[in-house]
Design a protein around this ligand. Structure first.
Ligand code: SF4
Ligand code: SF4
Length: 496
């Protein structure tokens, strides 16, 4: 017997249930942060990005466990984690809800090229560091970190966090559709999507009840063409499906249900020759891919401040603008808001690309000075350098000045380069001034404090050297080296 409940009511009930679970996740997250703020230490972040520490440093932490559990549960029951537990998805859903209330129509973009982005992001974030750790014979023994005092160490500050939520969580939804970030950028989405293809938990159809009304497709916020997939495969096979169950709740005939069934990889189409739906041409896909690459590389680590996930969001914004340019969709008459947004985006990306190119040149020349800087810090290099030896310092300094002129943020790296250029010329005063300026931008920056301490030691001011080294806190990577230096200098002073 078919349960006669209005599909609208069932859909609303399901949406509310999912919203409640997502809100609960946010509350738990805030409680975790509050616990750390109140007590000074807490369980290390339950954030999947923390799993990258295992790839880099063989550190086992709660973030790695969360990612492992998410993958294992997805392999069994499908991609529930994304739809019911991800805080970033909650932001996207909230934004989509606001847009619906404002009656702003969002057109989801269906791209093949952009589906590669999450895979590349996952490779870059986890597999490349893992490979380089293993191939370089790096850390041999695993360590663990369950409790931390520096909870926020690997997360961006409040400004960048808000910008990330606004761009990747909201603006991308407005431009490319709800779940666009999940499907076209999120590195965890890549591994969870792949795991979903092996899962036995599926949305399946009772073909006797389905009349192809398409209500399920309309209800799907992941842009899955549900009615077509169930007709072809007897189940939803697209790994964009986050098991939100909206389609199940919306079907007027209750033809859909979540069941344990054959995984996608073992299913075959009942109509293999059915035409594939690819709304974009190959040249449009290419433009999207190029636009994404430009937007990503123009913004990643821009001003030393734009983190990986935000740069992925910017990449999607740039891809959308590139496609609009290609399709000649930029018209004031169509939408003033979109037209202005595109123009702003184009100016922003052009400027960012210019800043990034100057910063790249700065870093290129500055990296060439690495051996000399290390020699100085080991006390093996006497300064000032001769003019012919200081060319790379001068070039790096020149590009740092250009980057400063073009920028409105991120001066810390430029001042660091200026500092070393002046030291190379033997100007201790300017070196110290610029290093202090770096510390104004980034208080407590262990590496810079350490170098200042060593510098004072080399200059024979042991007292200053010790005072600087003592400022390095126990959670800093330079702490052990600073303590060793203090001991060394202390015993040297005692002997004399
Ligand atoms: S599964 Fe339900 S909602 Fe989807 S096409 Fe069939 S009858 Fe319509
Ligand atoms: S196919 Fe159904 S369960 Fe999957 S995301 Fe779409 S609405 Fe949700």
């Amino acid at each position: 017997m078919v349960e006669l409940i209005d599909p609208q009511a069932r859909r609303l009930r399901n949406s509310r249930r999912r919203a409640l679970v997502l809100v609960l996740v946010q509350v738990l997250l805030l409680a975790h942060i509050a616990h750390w703020l109140l007590t000074g230490s807490s369980l290390a972040p339950l954030e999947p990005s923390e799993a990258s520490r295992f790839a880099r440093e063989k550190v086992i932490n709660p973030g790695l466990i969360v990612l492992g559990v998410a993958i294992a549960s997805t392999l069994l029951f499908g991609r529930f984690f994304c739809g019911w537990a991800c805080h970033f998805l909650a932001v996207q859903d909230a934004c989509a809800w606001v847009l619906r209330r404002l009656k702003v129509r969002v057109r989801p973009l269906r791209s093949r090229a952009l589906r590669i982005v999450p895979i590349m992001a996952f490779v870059w974030m986890f597999l490349v560091p893992l490979y380089s750790r293993i191939s370089s014979g790096g850390v041999q023994h695993a360590s663990s970190e369950w409790v931390t005092e520096s909870f926020w160490k690997t997360f961006p500050g409040p400004t960048i966090s808000v910008i990330t939520f606004l761009i990747a969580g909201c603006y991308v939804v407005y431009l490319l559709g709800n779940k666009a970030f999940c499907n076209y950028a999120c590195p965890y989405g890549a591994i969870l999507g792949a795991s979903d293809s092996f899962s036995v938990g599926r949305i399946v159809v009772d073909p006797n009840l389905c009349n192809s009304c398409m209500a399920c497709t309309k209800a799907c916020s992941s842009d899955v063409i549900v009615h077509q997939e169930i007709k072809e495969f007897g189940a939803v096979v697209d790994n964009k499906c986050m098991k939100t169950l909206d389609c199940v709740a919306s079907c007027p005939n209750q033809a859909l249900s979540f069941q344990l069934s054959t995984p996608t990889v073992l299913r075959s189409s009942s109509t293999p020759n059915a035409p594939q739906r690819h709304p974009l041409s190959l040249s449009e896909e290419l433009v999207l891919a190029l636009g994404f690459c430009f937007g990503f590389f123009a913004t990643h680590d821009l001003f030393g401040a734009v983190p990986f996930l935000l740069a992925l969001g910017f990449g999607l914004v740039a891809a959308h603008s590139a496609l609009a340019l290609k399709k000649k969709n930029l018209s004031m008459k169509r939408s003033k808001v979109k037209y202005t947004a595109h123009l702003l985006a184009i100016v922003f990306f052009a400027h960012s690309g210019l800043v990034q190119s100057q910063a790249l040149m700065r870093d290129h020349y500055f990296n060439q000075t690495f051996d000399m800087r290390m020699s100085y810090l080991r006390g093996e290099l006497v300064l000032p350098l001769k003019l012919e030896s200081s060319q790379n310092f001068l070039l790096a300094d020149d590009y740092a000045s250009r980057t400063t002129v073009l920028s409105y943020a991120g001066f810390e790296r430029n001042d660091y380069v200026h500092a070393w250029r002046h030291l190379a010329e033997g100007n201790n005063k300017l070196f110290e001034d610029y290093m202090l300026s770096v510390l104004d931008y980034r208080p407590g920056f262990g590496e810079v404090i350490f170098q200042l301490g060593i510098h004072y030691g080399i200059q024979g001011d042991s007292q200053q050297a010790i005072e600087w080294m003592q400022q390095i806190t126990a959670d800093d990577a330079k702490y052990a080296a600073a303590q060793e230096y203090i001991e060394k200098i202390g015993s040297h002073l005692e002997q004399h």
